[in-house]
Design a protein around this ligand. Structure first.
Ligand SMILES: [Zn+2]
Length: 258
């Protein structure tokens, strides 16, 4: 095959469009003809440029290396233009896959984010439950300490005219405090609270603490009362301004003599 005949085939060769036998003839001539080598380089660059002009997403380095070695096995190293074209075509296929894979990954990330938020909410709820149980356990331990005190005294309180059905019972230990429970205590009016008093020989009763009946009118609390108070004569509950007062001012709701 002559130089003139071959020149017309170089473009087709660069695109990898020549039959195998003809391609070998072109390559044999290229090896010894600098002029055709220059043409082949130009044609190769155009072929690669054509393939590369399509938008292609760059594959990851590892994927690209795998592809390159696969392409290298199927093509001869001397066919730089053909190899470049094949890699560009493979990149197109890959970019489609990567786009689809990227969307799938985004969905997975969104799903995982939702599950994480759900897990965090569950965790917060569990922590709240643990805190509630801890408080209940601490209250139970305090109540147990009072109820097993050697100096335990029981005081029953009766409802007064303001709340004739109300009842209460106080277990008091000078050393360990007071367990106080009540029932049928009406809900306090807005801005008011119930306050429990220990009445002693002193002119001013000692405040044991504030109580708030639940929706059923029940109260179940443990107070830490001062350990050095004089011998009590009575326990009483009055209605006072919210936040409590240093000395009783309101109506008596419950009274029990020691
Ligand atoms: Zn030539």
């Amino acid at each position: 095959m002559t130089h003139e005949q071959l020149r017309t085939s170089i473009d087709a060769w660069a695109l990898g469009a020549l039959p195998e036998a003809e391609a070998r003839q072109v390559e044999a001539h290229l090896a010894e003809c600098p002029e055709c080598q220059a043409d082949a380089q130009t044609a190769g660059a155009v072929a690669v440029g054509l393939a590369g002009s399509a938008p292609a997403q760059a594959p990851s380095p590892s994927v690209r290396a795998t592809l390159m070695s696969a392409v290298a096995v199927r093509t001869r190293p001397s066919l730089a233009a053909r190899t470049g074209w094949l890699v560009a075509a493979a990149s197109l296929v890959l970019s489609g896959y990567l786009t689809w894979d990227g969307l799938r990954l985004r969905d997975q990330v969104a799903t995982l984010s939702t599950r994480l938020a759900e897990a965090q909410a569950l965790n917060a709820a569990a922590e709240t439950r643990v805190t509630t149980l801890q408080h209940a356990a601490e209250r139970g331990a305090s109540a147990m300490a009072v109820l097993t005190a050697p100096d335990l005294a029981q005081i029953d309180l009766a409802g007064q005219p303001e709340a004739p059905d109300a009842r209460a019972r106080a277990f008091w230990s000078r050393e360990r405090g007071m367990v106080f429970s009540a029932s049928k205590l009406p809900p306090p009016p807005p801005g008011k609270t119930y306050q429990v008093w220990v009445v002693t020989a002193d002119p001013v009763p000692i405040s044991a603490g504030l109580i708030e009946p639940d929706s059923q009118g029940l109260v179940d609390v443990v107070f830490a009362t001062p350990p050095d108070i004089p011998q009590p004569k009575a326990v009483a509950v009055t209605l006072e301004p919210a936040g409590g007062v240093p000395a009783p001012t309101g109506a008596k709701y419950l009274v029990g003599l020691v």
